[in-house]
Structure formats: C-alpha cells, structure tokens
Design a protein around this ligand. Structure first.
Ligand code: UGA
Length: 457
C-alpha cells in the first residue's frame, strides 16, 4: 500500500477496457471501494448487495460511510455509465464474467470464529445464477480452508456444463486510505489460479501490475493465510510496543522516543509502533481471534497462545486508560465531567466497530461520569452505537467545563488545537493523551496537567 501523497489516487484511464464485465458482491467498505476502483481501471462494473439502503445510496452517488476520495470517484463513474448498483444478485451473477466476493466475515456472537454465512450465501447466489463460464474471486478475509469448502459448494450448485473457477485474492486496503490502497496495492496475491484464471486476473489488474506491483501466485490456503497473518503481524507489533510502554512507564522511560529509535532499524521499521490505546476496528481484532480459533482447530497451539497474548495486551490498554482517568480524577469519576476527543477506531474514518475510544467513553459513563464525546466524522455512527453518551459538535463544546479531557483518536484537528485556549474553557485543565501524539511540552506550557501511556509522569 502506497501513501496517497506519493501517487495519484486515480488512474488516467478514460476508455472502457477489455470487455471484461465485473460484479462485486457486498458493498461495504471493501466492496464499494473495489467496485468503484474497478470502474476507475476501465471495466464495466455492477455492485450487488442485499441491503437496499446501501444500494440506493450508492446508486444516488452517496457513499454510506466516510472514506476520503471515494465520493468523487463514485460520482465520476456513475456518470461514465461504467458503474451501477443492484439488489438483484441473480441478474449481476448472470451478467458478469468475473465475480468478486467482498462480503463481511464478522466474529461469531458466541465464539472467536469467523461467521461465514455471508460468504457462503454470496457464493451460492453467484454460482447458482451463472449463465456462462465464470471466475469467482474471493476477497473477503476468511479462515484457512474456507475457499476449498466453497469450491465444493460451487461444484454442487453451478449449472452443469459451465466452466467455473473459484480462486482467492485477499485485499489489504486500510480504511481512510482505501482508494489509494486499492488502485495502487503493494502486492497482489492470487491463490489457487489456473493458467486461464491467472491470465484473466492479470488483465483485471493490468494497471497496478504495469506500475510495478508484485504478483504472488500460490495455493488457496497460502492466499487465505497471507491475509490473516498480515493483520496478525500488525496487531502483534502494536501489542509489543504497548507491552514495552508499560515497562517504560514503570522505569521512567519514554516509549515515543524509544519507538523512534527502534524504527531506524530497517528490519523493525517505525510503522505500527505507536503505543497507546491499542487497535480496534472491523478487522484486526476479529481477524486475530478467528486465526486463534483456527490455529487451535489445526493443532497449532503456540500460534493460538501468541495471539491470545496479543489480544489480552490490546484489551488491557483500554483498562490502563480507564485507570489513568480514575487516578486523574482523584480516585473516582462519579459525577465528573469528562470530554472525550475521538470516537472512531482511528482517524480518517467514521467506523466505530470495536472502537477503543468509544469503549473507554462508555466505561467512564458506566462508572457515573458525565461524558461528552466529539469526533469530526464519527459522531453519527457513534451515537447509533452508544445513544446514551452526550455528543458535542466541536472541540470547544466538548471540553467546556470539564474536569478531564481524554484524546482517544489522533485526528489532526486535535493535535493542532490551541492548547492555551482549550485550557481556559475547562474547569480543570487535565488531559490524558491516549495516542501519544500530542506535543506534551506545548500542552504543559499551556497549563495542562498532562499524562499519557508509556511516558514518565
Ligand atoms: C487493517 C490492515 O492495516 C489492512 O491492511 C487490512 O486490509 C484491513 O485491516 C482489513 O483487514 O480489512 P484497518 O482496520 O483499516 O486496516 O486499520 P489499521 O490502519 O491497520 O489500524 C488498526 C488499528 O490499529 C487502529 O485502531 C489504530 O489506531 C491501531 N494502531 C495502528 C495502533 O494502535 N498503533 C499503531 O502504531 C498503528
């Protein structure tokens, strides 16, 4: 994945390419972005979803979530007529040549395993409604072994006499940078392809390949595992630095300086070494749990116990921030006014799925604090998940009259806020920087009592 600054986030393509018709099943963060990106690469595309709200919004040119750059590209390709959306899965399946499966694989309600119902339903809907030879391409994040099962399903339900292949092509896009990541991926992994399907997918990805994106071809299980291992490694890196941050705190060291120094070693690298409130979102937490579950099923117990530790360290960070808040309020947050800056699981998204920020805000509320939350983009999604919290419409409104302010998502506008002006709005200028991104000296100089994770008091 390249940073959007380095490359244009769109392709110069204006002419429809090659005649390959593409259907994308599932129009959430992954599918909507993929459908739009395929149109940008020059293909005729249909995005299909069973949710009429999503389909209506997309067909009307409105992305139903916040993703920088996606609205513009959606509008552009509704106008080029290369892109349309439908709830008629059978029609989409009968029309397209290449079928991308982009539906969600959330954590099951009663276990750590992934819920594969949507992937199975989408694959069944595609295969049973095919009218010509087709390539089904899984992009959803699935436990290793899933694709093989899906091949059996396809063989069972696809109309006789058609040549149908199912391969796996995992997606590595990040929310907030989804457009750039999809158009300029840092690798393309093709699992279980034949010469025919590999050639077809090389045609689909001809743009990124010409740009130098490496293609890794492998078997189905390797492709499935590449994706979850990538997320597990990122999660492990974050939990590693968070574990070290507790050592720093106890020893009077500063984890932010330590991370910078570690990052100069190219074998380690600086990315994903930001200590703080830990990881959340719709991917990392559920993916490490699903891998933990699958590793146990496969008898790989050491991998499972490593991931268990990663998960525990991560969830423990939320407790650490809660404890810091209670300490900052003198032992109890009961009736204290607390301003929470940030609700999204990270900046540049309105996604609050498993958001550490909202989790801490809700825990403070449960302990009797009067919590007001502000997020530049995630106010509405947060309110839908936690309607009992109060929501402000600006930083100022959020911090006004507070006994304590917590910075839980590192949006730029929080980092650039005028600390002096904000201090004067509070009842008591106390701040906890749970993402380690504020300029501690500037905030202290502006009169704030400042604390953070992994930094000496
Ligand atoms: C993640 C992966 O980065 C993508 O490659 C992958 O495609 C995606 O999951 C997925 O499986 O669909 P995403 O969930 O958008 O992408 O978020 P990340 O940018 O990875 O951040 C995850 C969490 O880690 C956030 O809560 C963030 O605040 C936290 N984080 C990140 C840290 O706590 N410290 C860091 O140093 C970096």
């Amino acid at each position: 994945m390249t940073d959007d600054l380095e490359l244009p986030s769109t392709w110069p393509t204006t002419e429809p390419s090659g005649g390959i018709r593409i259907a994308v099943f599932g129009t959430g963060y992954l599918g909507a972005t993929h459908a739009v990106a395929m149109a940008e690469l020059g293909f005729e595309v249909v995005g299909a979803d069973t949710d009429p709200h999503k389909v209506d919004a997309l067909a009307a040119g409105k992305v139903p979530f916040f993703e920088p750059g996606l609205d513009e590209l959606l509008e552009k390709h509704l106008l080029t007529d290369r892109l349309r959306f439908t709830t008629d899965l059978a029609e989409a399946a009968g029309w397209a040549d290449v079928h991308f499966v982009c539906v969600g694989t959330p954590q099951q309600k009663t276990s750590h395993a992934a819920d594969l119902r949507f992937v199975e339903a989408a694959t069944r809907a595609i295969a049973s409604n095919l009218t010509k030879d087709a390539l089904i391409v899984g992009k959803s994040t699935v436990p290793v072994g899933t694709a093989e099962q899906l091949r059996h399903l396809v063989a069972e339900v696809a109309p006789a006499g058609l040549h149908v292949e199912l391969v796996w092509n995992p997606e590595f896009l990040r929310e907030g940078k989804a457009v750039g990541d999809t158009l300029h991926p840092d690798r393309i992994v093709l699992g279980g392809t034949t010469a025919h399907s590999e050639a077809l997918l090389r045609e689909v990805y001809a743009g990124p390949i010409a740009e130098g994106t490496p293609v890794v071809t492998c078997d189905l299980p390797t492709a499935e595992l590449v994706k979850v291992s990538a997320n597990a490694f990122l999660a492990t890196k974050i939990s590693f630095i968070n574990a070290i941050s507790a050592v720093c705190e106890a020893a009077g060291a500063d984890v932010t300086v330590l991370a910078d120094a570690l990052g100069h070693d190219v074998r380690i690298g600086r990315q994903f070494l930001d200590a703080g409130l830990g990881f959340g979102g719709g991917c990392l937490p559920k993916d490490i749990r699903a891998l933990m579950h699958r590793s146990t099923e496969l008898g790989a117990h050491r991998a499972a116990s490593l991931l268990q530790q990663v998960d525990e360290i991560n969830m423990g960070q939320r407790e650490r921030v809660l404890d810091l808040a209670i300490t900052a309020c003198g032992g109890s947050v009961l009736n204290r006014r607390i301003g929470v800056l940030g609700a999204a699981f990270k900046p540049l998204t309105d996604d609050v799925r498993d958001s550490p920020a909202l989790n801490v805000a809700a825990a403070l509320h449960l302990r009797g604090a009067q919590v007001t939350v502000f997020d530049p983009e995630a106010g509405d999604t947060a309110r839908r998940s936690f309607p009992t919290l109060s929501y402000a419409t600006s930083i100022e409104e959020c911090v006004e009259g507070t006994d304590l302010v917590l910075v839980l998502t590192e949006w730029d506008q929080f980092l650039m806020a005028d600390a002096g002006r904000l201090a004067r709005l509070t009842s008591a200028p106390r701040v906890i920087d749970a993402r380690g991104k504020l300029d501690a000296r500037a905030w202290r100089d502006a009169g704030w009592e400042f604390s953070g994770l992994g930094r000496a008091a």
